[in-house]
Design a protein. Structure first.
Length: 152
């Protein structure tokens, strides 16, 4: 009887946490060779948003632009909210990247290390500034998104 109750409890527990994910999951993006869009969210320590933005634009955005030239990235957009939200829902910057396809979005770029050395010959300064950028970051999350706008 005890094993049956434990098994039943485990099944109910598993269903309770997976059913909402299945029901609310976003539809998959287009086919394997279709553009793949990811929104990257950044939440900074309060009062350090400008410092983070400056470091991001100096030490990460040029890398994204360089990768875009190769065709791996099709589009880039950086946004900041116009108004404040509750602290638990707050984000300071959203970077939307549209990759050529899902494979390029989810695999490492073999050229990235060479690009970093080319763009920032003073690696000591680059590494120190990147460390600072992450020190003032409270949270970061990546959200693949699917455009479900009906076609005409």
């Amino acid at each position: 009887m005890r094993k049956t109750l434990l098994g039943l409890f485990a099944a109910v527990f598993a269903f309770a946490f997976t059913a909402p994910l299945i029901a609310q999951g976003a539809p998959p993006q287009g086919g394997t060779d279709q553009p793949y869009t990811v929104e990257y969210y950044y939440k900074c320590q309060w009062g350090h948003q400008q410092e983070f933005r400056d470091l991001f634009l100096k030490n990460h955005f040029p890398l994204l632009k360089k990768i875009q030239v190769t065709g791996r990235i099709l589009a880039l957009k950086i946004e900041s909210p116009a108004y404040h939200t509750t602290e638990d829902g707050r984000w300071d910057f959203r970077v939307t990247v549209t990759y050529k396809n899902s494979t390029l979005a989810t695999t490492s770029n073999p050229d990235e290390e060479a690009f970093i050395k080319e763009l920032w010959p003073d690696q000591a300064t680059y590494l120190r500034e990147e460390q600072r950028r992450f020190e003032i970051l409270l949270a970061h999350w990546d959200l693949p998104v699917t455009d479900i706008t009906p076609k005409k």
